[in-house]
Design a protein around this ligand. Structure first.
Ligand SMILES: [Cu+2]
Length: 569
């Protein structure tokens, strides 16, 4: 055992340690009028761009991003899928790992990419800012890895739903009695940051829309193989992705290389990524790349997006200027579910280790008993971010009980933990765990029954990923290793649902957090919260801090009993 470990470490250093570099990026966040689909609206951009700049590094490199917040409100950037091992305070999740970067402020995120490669992304985790444009791709290459399939070139393709109204207004409506819990319905769909037909949808009088704006197209050279890195950066929509006449070989899910699986169409839910390899082996002309919202997953109570399909031309170099032979695939997918979990097999096989503890999280949506505003309740608690007292800092200063109901779960093990997600809501929810990849053991679209479902778990070489769909009225079970000291959000990635409280916090090795070397810069973001005053003082100080919390927070956090289903296996 010891020998294997030593070799593994040595191999790691040999491959990645010596050449590891620090890649530095400067991100200036500001607001700007943007028109991804022709319709002009206020958006949030990084260095003037939507989507933001793509970060591309080699595995083992350190990423350093100097953020300047030129907004009139706070912000924070989350690095979706990054383990942040040893730097959990850089995860970028306000209320969980940090106090947000204030308006006009600066902050530098520094973290390693050791042990990771594949397709990731970053986005604001402050309120619903990412819905307005604060997103970008984060690609980690591994030059020494053997690819499941060879390819010649690669293209990053973000897919997104798009709204013509700013998310702040959408959120205000959603979290009011008037919405009756119906999520804002997207106005359009985008491929690669642009979309068509924006002017045929919701265009209020007095606003401007340019139907002839430039949209994204993709160029293929006949005979070449392209690796398309697909990222669903949506607020709400689950997409079906396809290219007319072209078969897709799925070779990566959320950073895990896969044995090639050939499909015509792939479902990709919010937060998920897939790499597909496509060969330019068809008649040289133009074909449609399609991102179709699976509208069955949108709330039917709202008017469904007028434009739920994004089309982008794939143009063969030197080919005919026609879409004549471009034909959509006829096969349909199962609505509101991931690809069958038994189909996608990791290229580097791993069995799922047994779990030392089990956590059951069961949720539904219903009116808040006091306000009657529809919210999400996990084990009867609805989470609201406490931006001034993030759980990470509470743990660091040994003030873990400082917050109101925060759905903080602290496994007693550094070993594997099994999470049973029980969805009592009729809609699907794509759940994302920060700081980890997990083993997807199974899911179902009916009531979870441990006696009958457990024997069917896929433990031999299950899919490993960081975002997995829990079907409507169904369940998903996954396992993760609770050895990455830090506080990690586990939440539905539908932005409206996070804001409605569909989030819990899993603490790995809570007993080690006070020993972390959290940087002064990170602590300084919470300076106004005055931990130094609270640290080591009496219970009165804690009570005082609660009293000083913003009224909105107090209203949202009436004390309820927190009952997390947890048992030792
Ligand atoms: Cu959800």
């Amino acid at each position: 055992m010891k020998l294997t470990w030593v070799l593994a470490v040595a191999a790691g250093l040999g491959l990645h340690g010596v050449n590891a570099a620090t890649k530095v990026y400067n991100f200036t966040i500001s607001s700007k009028t943007i028109a991804p689909d022709g319709y002009s609206r206020d958006g949030l951009v990084i260095n003037g761009q939507y989507p933001g700049p793509t970060i591309t590094v080699n595995t083992g490199d350190t990423i350093q991003v100097h953020v300047t917040n030129n907004l009139t409100e706070p912000t924070a950037l989350h690095w979706h899928g990054m383990y942040q091992r040893g730097t959990p305070w850089q995860d970028g999740t306000p209320g969980v790992t940090q106090c947000p970067i204030p308006a006009g402020g600066k902050y530098t995120y520094t973290f390693s990419t050791a042990g990771q490669s594949g397709t990731y992304w970053y986005h604001s985790h402050y309120m619903s800012q990412y819905v307005d444009g604060l997103v970008g791709a984060l690609i980690i290459k591994d030059p020494s890895a053997t690819s499941p399939l060879p390819y010649d070139e690669e293209i990053v393709i973000p897919l997104s739903d798009w709204y013509h109204t700013q998310s702040e207004d959408l959120l205000e409506h959603y979290l009011s009695r008037a919405s009756k819990g119906e999520e804002p319905s997207p106005d359009n769909a985008l491929i690669g940051g642009t979309g068509s037909n924006g002017c045929t949808g919701y265009v209020p009088t007095g606003t401007s829309c340019n139907a002839n704006h430039t949209t994204k197209s993709y160029s293929f050279t006949a005979g070449k193989r392209y690796k398309l890195r697909l990222i669903n950066t949506s607020a709400f929509a689950n997409f079906w992705f396809s290219i007319d006449n072209h078969t897709l070989a799925v070779v990566e899910a959320d950073g895990t290389d896969l044995n090639p699986q050939y499909v015509h169409r792939i479902p990709i839910n919010v937060g998920q990524r897939y790499s597909v390899i496509v060969q330019a082996n068809q008649k040289a002309q133009k074909y449609y790349m399609r991102a179709q919202m699976d509208t069955a997953c949108l709330d039917l109570g709202e008017v469904i997006a007028k434009e739920s399909l994004a089309l982008a031309p794939v143009i063969y170099k030197g080919g005919a200027n026609t879409f004549n032979s471009s034909v959509d695939w006829t096969d349909q997918l199962v609505d509101c579910q991931d690809l069958d979990y038994t189909v996608l097999r990791p290229y580097h096989a791993q069995a799922a280790p047994a779990a030392a503890e089990q956590i059951t999280l069961s949720w539904d949506f219903h009116g808040d008993p006091v306000t009657n505003i529809n919210r999400a309740f996990i084990n009867n608690v609805s989470w609201v971010a406490n931006f001034s007292y993030p759980t990470m800092m509470n743990e660091y200063y040994k003030m873990p009980d400082l917050s109101y109901d925060q759905l903080v779960i602290r496994p007693n093990t550094s070993d594997y933990v099994e999470v049973v997600l029980v969805n009592n809501d009729l809609n699907e929810h794509p759940f994302h765990l920060h700081g980890h990849t997990f083993y997807v053991l199974g899911w179902g679209n009916d009531t979870y029954d441990d006696a009958t479902d457990r024997p069917k778990f896929n433990t031999k070489n299950p899919l490993r990923r960081d975002t997995s769909t829990v079907p409507g009225g169904g369940w998903t079970v996954f396992r993760y290793k609770a050895d990455n000291t830090g506080v990690w959000a586990l939440h539905c990635h539908i932005e409206w649902h996070v804001e409605a409280g569909l989030l819990v916090q899993l603490v790995d090795q809570s007993w080690k957090i006070p020993q972390l070397n959290i940087t002064n810069d990170a602590l300084a973001l919470c300076a106004a919260s005055n931990y130094s005053h609270l640290h080591g003082t009496s219970k009165t100080a804690v009570t005082q801090a609660k009293k000083n919390a913003p009224t909105s927070l107090k209203n949202a956090h009436r004390k309820r009993s927190v009952k997390i289903g947890r048992r030792m296996l």
